[in-house]
Design a protein around this ligand. Sequence first.
Ligand code: SAM
Length: 167
Amino acid sequence: MIVSSAGRGTIAGSRAMASQFDTAARAYEASAQDIPIRRYIEYPSIRTLCGGVHDKVVIDLGCGTGLYSRRLAQWGARRVFGVDISEGMLAQAGEIEDDAPLGITYLRRDLTRPCECEQEYAHLSGQVDLVLAVYVLCYATSVTSLEAMCRNARQDLGQTESSSPPR
Ligand SMILES: C[S@@+](CC[C@H](N)C(=O)[O-])C[C@H]1O[C@@H](n2cnc3c(N)ncnc32)[C@H](O)[C@@H]1O
């Protein structure tokens, strides 16, 4: 697992991190799948935390190669969007989707910036049931970036600064 170091960068920092993942995509997919702690502890725990996703619209933020995007689709989500800043990770996710289609849409986006937004994703504003971000917030390169990621995730859920958090 690659661990981020806290720094001061914002967008520039995000780009540097993207290229780190761009070159690691294939190896990430090959190794992450079967790490025992993920397989036996993390995947079941995240599934429990997500609750029932049947017929839900979900966004997998920082989806990487789509490990969770695919699981969300297999767990019954009606619509799954995987978003990530890394072209390499998205290309790997796209190849897997092409080989075994699950109807997942992958989009490139920097989570520290508001959604600009790709047409289809914009239509969903306010209709998203769940956003998931696994091993992603730790890549924020500053407190400002971390706050932006969380704010944008709330926006994806159709919530504003003043609205109550979900129960
Ligand atoms: C350790 S991987 C986790 C991938 C996937 N969630 C998983 O559990 O296998 C972290 C991912 O977060 C993405 N990421 C980090 N910062 C991002 C940002 N600012 N915007 C979009 N994606 C970001 C990276 O490109 C990378 O694919």
